[in-house]
Design a protein around this ligand. Structure first.
Ligand code: ATP
Length: 359
């Protein structure tokens, strides 16, 4: 379902939860709303679901107005499915009954699904790999299985919009990775528009077609994962998505000189005009490497964490602390003086000889 959010502000008393939000979601897109706690993600999702009405602005779905300060189409009159962090399964219904419920009560169930509900239940339970669990009660399921039931229930009636609020937050790390794949698979199979709220940049980068990055109730940047990662438009996006170091310096003859290291010049072609103007270069931890000597910027190792393939260093560079992920073939210790240089990865925005398209 195509969705437009037009100048939407939501206030709760004197708190402005979100402010002047403008965004458009195309039919079939997977959109992640990404931001830290309290930035307004859930409020935006609740507005899209129809649980709240905007204080200003309006929302359109398939070119029809569904919410404004004076009008609200309630959730049951929107063709949506929802998945929550807490699973929200009914404790007294079996897996099969949970999935049957929307097929009986949803107002938009396509005729063919209504005619053969049992076939649809079987189909969606297959999609989420839960065949054989039809007669289990929620308390007989693991966390991951509960979330699969919640997913199956949300897609059973073929909603045109699927809203997910931190659906993987209560699962352990390994299961979260597995469920990312499941959700991607379901999106591919159903082609439903998905709006997925998360504070986990990894989830947003891995699954979304486009990411809306929010901070303090406003949108900081909207773009494809590669664009948001490679070309952050603000300091917040640079550090929240991919944990970039914000290296301060100055530009001379098209080259960037980090402060206090006038002899070091970093070439940088694709930097956003915003950072050019502010004399900041966002540099990812994996774009920097450490050595004992050579050309580069001098710093002191403050801390090191072994991470298998990489070592994660915190390095004091003048007044700044940088995070550097360096290959584990050379080990430095806290207190060591090191030379920092830009790695080749900086220039690896190419794939198969073709420059990636960023927009
Ligand atoms: P989290 O990731 O912690 O769930 P969030 O990004 O989803 O955070 P929201 O829940 O949308 O953030 O909250 C945004 C702001 O609006 C917060 O400051 C919150 O305290 C406030 N807020 C949200 N709902 C209400 C409410 N019903 N009444 C008053 N203030 C609210």
């Amino acid at each position: 379902m195509s969705t437009k959010i037009l100048g939407v502000t939501k206030k709760f008393g004197s708190t402005t939860a979100i402010s002047s939000i403008e965004a458009e979601m195309k039919e079939g897109e997977f959109i992640a709303i990404l931001g830290p706690s309290g930035c307004g993600k859930t409020t935006l999702l609740r507005l899209l679901a129809g649980f709240e009405s905007p204080s200003e602005g309006h929302i359109e779905m398939n070119n029809e107005q569904v919410a404004s300060p004076t009008h609200l189409t309630p959730p049951d009159k929107r063709n949506i499915g929802m998945v929550f962090q807490s699973f929200a399964l009914w404790p007294h219904l079996t897996v099969k009954e949970q999935v049957r419920f929307p097929l009986q009560h949803h107002k938009f169930v396509p005729k063919e699904l209504k005619a053969d509900k049992e076939a649809r239940i079987k189909e969606v339970l297959e999609m989420v790999n839960l065949c054989g669990y039809e007669d289990r009660m929620p308390h007989e399921l693991s966390g991951g299985q509960k979330q699969r039931v919640a997913l199956a229930r949300a897609i059973a009636a073929k909603p045109t919009l699927l809203l997910m609020d931190e659906p993987l937050s209560s699962l352990d790390a390994e299961l979260r990775l597995e469920m990312r794949n499941e959700i991607q698979k379901i999106h591919r199979l159903t082609q439903t528009t998905v709006i997925y709220v998360t504070h986990d940049q990894g989830e947003a980068l891995a699954m979304a077609d486009r990411i809306i990055v929010m901070k303090d109730g406003a949108i900081e940047q909207i773009g494809k994962p590669e664009t948001v990662y490679r070309f952050p438009q603000t300091e917040f996006v640079a550090s929240f998505v991919g944990k970039a170091n914000l290296v301060h310096g100055f530009w001379k003859n098209g080259e960037f000189h980090p402060n206090g290291s006038e002899m070091v010049a970093w070439d940088k072609k694709d930097i956003s005009p915003y950072f050019m103007k502010k004399n900041i270069m966002p540099v990812r931890p994996e774009e920097l490497s450490l050595s004992k000597k050579g050309n580069g910027i001098s710093g002191y190792v403050e801390n090191v964490q072994f991470q298998g393939k990489d070592l994660h260093y915190t390095v004091q560079v003048g007044e700044e602390k940088w995070t550097i992920h360096s290959p584990a073939d050379e080990f430095f210790h806290p207190g060591d003086q090191v030379i920092i240089s830009l790695t080749e990865k900086r220039w690896s925005a190419y794939q198969g000889g073709q420059k990636l398209i960023f927009s």
